[in-house]
Design a protein around this ligand. Structure first.
Ligand SMILES: Cc1cc2nc3c(=O)[nH]c(=O)nc-3n(C[C@H](O)[C@H](O)[C@H](O)COP(=O)(O)OP(=O)(O)OC[C@H]3O[C@@H](n4cnc5c(N)ncnc54)[C@H](O)[C@@H]3O)c2cc1C
Length: 509
């Protein structure tokens, strides 16, 4: 038994929802443990389109509650994490006789602008694409567009920053630790975990269990908690392709497709364009999700309907896919299933309560956590009040519009780093970027260079402060430097990490 302590809450799953709930709960004074079987955000939370958005198209499905809550969250989250979240303008081109009439789109955007929460984000405007630079990469048949506001987020970093903050506040946070069983015993939960590297088992006791296993939520109910009546989520796959920069404008595009779906083309990681997503029902283990031939073709074709220069398969430098765990509301088509979340508590008088989290979006994770805390308070007694609005995530303690000034300041102190390097460090770590560069007086002081702008000093920081273990963790979740490293460079990083793991084993023995 882990120290004989009875924790208030045990959270299964280190995606955005599990980490968000753990952070909120520990900040209110609950004792919290969280176990993630892989890396933080290795499930759905790194496979998203990375938008902090109200969800313009959900208005067509009358999801007003969700859209309003998400719109209100945009500026709250931006203020909380101005390093990993920033505003973005979206250009929605339209043509006469197109999929939706202009008046309908205008009405949707009017509602979007006024439904709630917009203070700093600029309002919608109309563009003449024959004059505006946004028209340049598009086919000339698109003469008009609407331009509206939403936000961008580095999804995987937002997750690890929630985990980091929860740990800073006293939560026990474990990655590479799978929950293998959870059973009710004498009014408490007995939870057994297994370290995925060493196989070591641990037992915890907690007053309440939170199942935030995302697309595995039903699997956890069946396999871990031992229930057999489980069919709560509909798994819907979404894939993205990344191509070399298709346009230099900082604005993103919102393209409508003849099948009534939409895709985005978004400026990505300075040199690239991100295009997605698809929507199709998924079966199997979400860990194995990968883009299909049809999805690749669909995304290339859909974007090529708009861009003057077509998007070809050969242009693709990276793809990724995620599985949405949507609450099963019986919708017939994948894109019509509700995007709203549902929280259900199970367990009556005298039985230890279980909270299941179904669905949810990155954008609404903070509010989802607040609603989860309402349920937790009812079940095991209230502790603190809601506190996360107005708080900041680690490194986010600067003004919402201050990222460029942060990069200037970093370059003033460390004149040997390039502008691109400074901007990337600020976008990943905010005010903590200086902790990585430390006392370095030259680029050589940052240690081994692995490629791109990745140096040993950053790798060390990620191992010491952000639970990074593997090259994948570092190259595709804590950073996106994987886009810049070839196979030899990845092998060099793996070799370096093996050396560190080896020295840890030696130090421990
Ligand atoms: C294609 C796509 C695009 C999207 N785009 C957006 C967007 O632009 N904006 C937006 O707001 N939202 C978006 N979303 C939605 C958003 O990404 C998800 O709703 C959110 O990431 C779900 O987070 P989660 O924590 O519930 O699940 P996950 O991130 O999947 O976390 C669950 C975790 O539980 C762990 N786990 C499972 N079983 C166990 C066990 N037995 N023991 C320990 N750990 C376990 C898993 O390893 C996993 O890491 C998108 C989703 C997809 C798929």
């Amino acid at each position: 038994m882990a120290g004989g302590q009875v924790y208030d809450i045990f959270v299964i799953g280190g995606g955005i929802n599990g980490c968000g709930i753990a952070r909120d709960a520990v900040g209110r004074g609950y004792s919290v443990v969280l176990a993630e079987k892989g890396d933080f955000a290795s499930g759905t939370s790194s496979g998203s389109t990375k938008l902090i958005h109200g969800g313009l198209r959900y208005l067509e499905h009358y999801e007003f509650r969700l859209v309003r809550e998400a719109l209100m969250e945009r500026e709250i989250l931006w203020a909380m994490a101005p390093h990993v979240i920033w505003p973005m303008r979206f250009v929605l081109p339209f043509q006469k006789g197109g999929i939706r009439p202009a008046w309908l789109i205008r009405l949707g955007l009017f509602i979007y602008d006024h439904l709630g929460g917009r203070k700093l984000l600029p309002a919608t405007k109309t563009l003449d694409l024959r004059r505006d630079p946004a028209g340049k990469p598009l086919k000339p048949l698109f003469a008009k567009a609407f331009e509206y506001s939403d936000g961008w987020v580095d999804d995987a970093r937002m997750v690890v920053l929630n985990a980091r903050d929860a740990a800073n506040r006293g939560a026990q946070i474990f990655n590479r630790t799978e929950v293998v069983s959870a059973r009710r015993e004498a009014g408490l939960w007995t939870v057994e975990t297994r370290d995925v590297d060493t196989g070591e088992q641990q037992t915890f006791q907690a007053r309440m269990l939170v199942n935030a296993a995302g697309p595995w939520v039903d699997k956890v109910l069946a396999g871990v908690v031992g229930r057999n009546d489980v069919k709560n989520v509909r798994l819907v796959q979404g894939s993205h392709i990344v191509v070399r920069k298709k346009f230099s404008d900082p604005r993103a595009y919102f393209f409508q497709n003849p099948d009534n779906r939409i895709i985005f083309a978004i400026p990505y990681e300075q040199d690239f364009t991100l295009i997605g997503t698809t929507d199709r029902d998924f079966t199997g283990d979400p860990r194995d999700v990968a883009i299909s031939e049809q999805e690749t073709e669909y995304l290339c074709n859909a974007a090529s309907e708009y861009f003057a220069e077509p998007v070809r398969r050969e242009d693709i430098v990276w793809t990724y896919s995620g599985v949405r765990p949507l609450f099963d509301d019986g919708a017939s088509k994948a894109q019509e299933a509700t995007r709203d979340y549902v929280l259900k508590v199970d367990g009556g008088e005298g039985t230890a309560p279980l909270l299941n989290v179904f669905g949810g979006k990155l954008t609404t994770y903070r509010r989802l956590a607040e609603h989860a805390l309402e349920k937790i308070s009812e079940a095991i007694g209230a502790k603190g009040k809601p506190w996360t609005a107005g708080s900041y995530l680690p490194g986010g303690n600067f003004s919402a519009q201050g990222a460029a000034a942060q990069a200037d300041a970093l370059q003033n102190t460390y004149s040997f780093i390039s502008r691109g390097h400074a901007e990337r460090l600020v976008r990943c770590y905010g005010t903590r970027a200086a902790d990585i560069l430390g006392k370095a007086g030259s680029i050589a002081d940052l240690g081994q260079h692995f490629g791109g702008t990745l140096y040993e000093a950053e790798v060390r920081f990620l191992i010491d402060h952000e639970w990074a273990h593997t090259a994948q963790d570092i190259l595709w979740r804590r950073t996106k430097q994987g886009l810049h490293l070839g196979t030899e460079a990845v092998a060099a990083l793996e070799h370096y990490l093996e050396g560190i793991a080896g020295s840890r084993v030696k130090a421990a023995s």
